[in-house]
Design a protein around this ligand. Sequence first.
Ligand code: ZN
Length: 282
Amino acid sequence: MKPVILSVGVSGSITTREQNPNLPVTPAEIADSALRAWEAGASIAHIHVREDDGTPTARAEVYATVIERIRAGSDMLISGTTGSGSGLFSEDERLNVLSARPEIASFDAGSVNMGRRVFNNNPDFLDRLAAAIIQAGALPEIECFEIGFVANTVRRAKDWQFPGDGRTWWFQFVLGVSGASPGTANTLLAMRNELPPRAEWSVLGVGAAQLRMAHVALVEGGHVRVGLEDNVWYRRGELAQSNAQLVERIVRMAAELDRPVATPQDTRELLGLDQDPDTSAG
Ligand code: ZN
């Protein structure tokens, strides 16, 4: 059976300590939580960063600090966010993470309502973001909140040079967001069915959808992201203790379903990132 790539959304920019006091918020806490998740089986750390006082930031120096600390303690891959920090960051600031040389960078492939705001990924910005990610040598992690995001990315692939030479398409379905697609098996499989050939896909479900989406992905040959960015709960009425705890549960489920957990090296091979020394963590 194909190994399952486990990603951890360590902190995000929106989740707060009020929602879960176990949330890592300083640069050191974010890096250390990623390392504990790696020990538990995660091979990709999806990283947002915050200042020492916990304020979300997009400063390149802070990305570099967090990424260096993770690389000093592990061989996990870094997926840097290019998100807007819930509207805090300008389009320029959203590209800052690329200077810290993550192997993977998120590419939110369209605009969508999120709660009361619009997550703006307009066509001009997408062109610019695509060029910046490829230029930086990163693999785009194509975050799809809606099925049209998949179709439009495939349509634009040639212009954007996606997924990059020798690399595998890497899709992250984002389901259960208030304002967008529900976290149901029907939605997930419909999106999966629109993928181009030679694509790997992962899913993150927000809140209560996290466990359900993970289960479907394990059964259907997909990959899984969990973490406090997407879900602060372990189960109804019980807050998660850590990112590692959320990863450990998926590792147990994967074992029951005969899906070995991908090591970072397995993940590099699956995503076609193993042949480019320039972007390996070393
Ligand atoms: Zn994120």
